[in-house]
Design a protein around this ligand. Structure first.
Ligand code: UT7
Length: 325
């Protein structure tokens, strides 16, 4: 039986020029390089320049991905941007990207699932492709979390960074089994009762101001360890696969200890895990596509490889996906 698959044909990314190291943070906050590295695995993060917007980061990543795919912007018929830090309350940053890259034939909208945003955006685009409503899709994760951080709150501001990553999906026929190239499955969950563990204390309908990120780190950590293990097993079981089939585990980059814990529970060796948190910190919806960009750029992820992604974020939202590259 022939099925329609969303195949990744290009991957791109962008990091702002400015690097902010742990040492620099320690000069202005009651923290230390040692604490940040030991508790999170982070050594530095990238920070967008003044006037550099989420859509600018997204466009830079999108252009790299389109170039890698050898696809011109006019061939794109869907743009989904995963972001919690849009340029403006409305319109969607995806429409800004559409205009800046000249993808005039596309429909464009944002998806808001915080750190799980890229998994949600991938699932959305995949369903558009599978249903036949789109043939070529640009899926982007882009964030300027530096703009919603309380830089006096050492419990949160040391953990996040700015950046963008993107992939291009193209419809191709597959056989309907796990040997197909493309998105094999996605698995999404949310639990709104866990709102208070990770949220921004502002917004157009509440305070009228943008607000700052607030997080109960320890509680989020606890949920992440359990939910990441469950949702990755769900992805494997749905496809009749085991962890030994996974070539690359590309988790959301929130904390090196969460990444290591999930990989260990699954039985995936460290040398098959893509880790960027040390240099990128947590870039929320951008972290997975940025990690994909890094690992395709250095030729770790190659065509035919089986890639497992997962993320958890505010909401709470969490999810996973299996993609044969
Ligand atoms: O992407 C969305 C999902 N987000 C996550 O998955 C993040 C999940 N949470 C985490 O990654 C970890 O919980 C953190 C890295 C945020 C914190 O690590 P922790 O081991 O849970 O530390 P903690 O929050 O329990 O804090 C331990 C101590 C506290 O001091 P006391 O109360 O023991 O005296 C904190 O006040 O560390 C203190 N602390 C700091 N010390 C130096 C908190 N932040 C800092 C800091 N520098 N930046």
């Amino acid at each position: 039986m022939t099925v329609r698959r969303s195949v990744v044909v290009g991957c791109g990314g962008y990091l702002p020029e400015k690097v902010l190291t742990n040492e620099e943070l320690a000069q202005r906050l009651d923290t230390s390089d040692e604490w940040i590295r030991e508790r999170s695995g982070i050594t530095q993060r990238y920070i967008a320049a003044e006037g550099e917007l989420t859509s600018d980061l997204a466009c830079a990543a999108a252009r790299t991905a389109l170039d890698a795919a050898g696809i011109t912007p006019d061939a794109v018929d869907l743009i989904v941007v995963a972001t919690s830090t849009p340029d403006e309350t409305f319109p969607a940053s995806a429409t800004v990207v559409q205009s800046k890259v000249g993808a005039d034939n596309a429909m464009a909208f944002d998806v808001q699932a915080v750190c799980s945003g890229f998994v949600y955006a991938l699932a959305t685009a995949d369903n558009f492709v599978k249903s036949g409503q789109a043939g070529t899709a640009l899926v982007i994760g882009a964030e300027t979390f530096s703009r919603i951080l309380d830089w006096q709150d050492r419990g949160t501001c040391v953990l996040f960074g700015d950046g963008a990553g993107a992939i291009v999906l193209k419809a191709e026929d597959g056989q309907g089994n796990a040997t197909d190239r493309g998105v094999l499955s996605t698995h999404l969950h949310s639990d709104g009762r866990l709102h208070d563990l990770l949220y921004v204390d502002g917004g157009p309908s509440s305070t009228g101001e943008v607000g700052f990120l607030r997080m109960e780190g320890k509680e989020v950590f606890r949920h992440a360890v359990v939910k990441m293990a469950d949702v990755t097993v769900e992805a494997l079981e749905a496809n009749g696969l085991t962890a030994s089939d996974i070539d690359w585990f590309v988790p959301h980059q929130a904390n090196k200890r969460i990444i290591d814990g999930t990989a260990k529970k699954l039985g995936i060796n460290g040398d098959r895990v893509v880790v960027t948190i040390d240099r990128h910190a947590n870039t929320s919806a951008a972290s997975i596509p940025l990690a994909l960009w890094v690992a395709t750029g250095d030729a770790r992820i190659k065509q035919g490889d089986l890639v497992l992604i997962e993320a958890l974020g505010g909401g709470m939202t969490w999810g996973s996906g299996l993609v044969r590259w």
